[in-house]
Write a new protein. Structure first.
Length: 343
């Protein structure tokens, strides 16, 4: 099969008639200039050393060089082979807590923004893996299905905020169930859930989700965000300006604290690990490194037709023709010139 890898370059062939026109115009200009010297027969006698036929063939050669160069740039391809291309990686679903407790500022600038920054770092380390995003608070929904389009994943991640989930609270069980639903059939060791939360589960339902993950062989890593000491939850007005702290019905300031015990149990039961992101230190770098070092399974395999590049044939011909054109003189040999003058 014959094809061009860069078809648009063939528009450059339009330069050939343009170049031919310029050459013809140049030759006509030379003839008019010679005619101004006087007697045409005398001019021809004095210019007998010029081989006009050779000059014409040199012009044709230069046009051929131009054409061959354009074809080379268009990357002609013929001769093909079919190869099976396999893509390896793992499936990772990140469940990010978007409850208002994630606005606590015990981490700078706040728990949610710090978490998004760390997830962004994780995405940057992926290569061939698929990543999905789950947003959850009192409800859970898929923010991004499993994808290897990391640019799209980053866009979906940037859009995640506390006002994205209409029902507030923290339903870890719903987040885990939805994350498990996001996986396709795959070897058990290649499916990972990463839950990023402060761990304050308000809805229950964790046990059935963890049992399901354990049965499916899915590893759950948990990331505990924030301090174990109670900190207030800031509130903001419609313009985004600080408006004090969240209060309960009695008017007391509501505080939030990291629940490490729940997160540690979830991780340990599924063969995962609890990582902390606290004011004192962040262990997320270790999690990112561990995920990056894990081997991947075959995610996709497809047959791809590989075409053989043949531009070098046309480029080589153009270079050879240009070299020969340089060697080809448009002057007659000395013997022919003198023979013509005495005939």
């Amino acid at each position: 099969m014959f094809r061009f890898g860069f078809v648009t370059a063939l528009f450059g062939l339009a330069l050939i008639p343009l170049a031919a026109g310029l050459m013809w115009r140049g030759a006509a200009h030379r003839r008019r200039a010679l005619a101004r010297f006087g007697d045409l027969a005398l001019v021809r006698q004095l210019s007998r050393s010029v081989n006009r036929r050779a000059r014409a063939w040199k012009a044709v050669g230069l046009l051929a060089v131009l054409g061959l160069s354009v074809v080379a740039v268009a990357r002609p391809q013929f001769g093909s082979r079919v190869e099976t291309v396999r893509r390896e990686g793992m499936d990772i679903v990140v469940a990010l807590d978007l409850s208002t407790s994630m606005l606590a500022e015990d981490l700078a600038p706040n728990r949610l923004q710090r978490s998004k920054l760390e997830i962004q770092r994780l995405i940057e380390q992926l290569d061939g893996d698929r990543i999905g995003l789950i947003a959850f608070a009192g409800q859970a929904f898929v923010q991004s299905p499993l994808t290897s389009d990391y640019g799209a994943a980053r866009l979906f991640l940037n859009a995640m905020d506390t006002d994205l989930v209409p029902v507030q609270g923290t339903d870890l069980g719903a987040a885990l169930e939805l994350a498990l639903d996001a996986f396709s059939d795959a070897p058990v060791e290649e499916r990972i859930i990463i839950v990023v939360t402060d761990g304050e589960d308000h809805e229950g339902g964790i046990e059935p989700a963890v049992d399901r993950a354990l049965e499916a062989g899915v590893t759950i890593h948990t990331v505990g965000v924030g301090s174990t000491d109670g900190v207030p939850i800031p509130e903001y007005d419609a313009a985004g300006r600080p408006a004090g702290f969240k209060r309960d019905e009695a008017g007391a300031v509501v505080t939030t604290r990291l629940d490490e015990a729940t997160l540690r149990e979830i991780a340990m039961r599924t063969g995962g690990q609890l990582y902390r992101s606290t004011p004192e230190a962040s262990e997320l770098t270790a999690l990112i490194e561990e995920v990056s070092e894990l081997g991947g399974r075959e995610i996709d395999a497809r047959e791809v037709t590989q075409y053989e590049e043949q531009f070098q044939i046309f480029l080589g011909a153009a270079i050879l023709l240009l070299f020969l054109e340089g060697l080809w003189t448009d002057r007659k040999t000395t013997v022919r010139v003198w023979r013509g003058r005495f005939s």
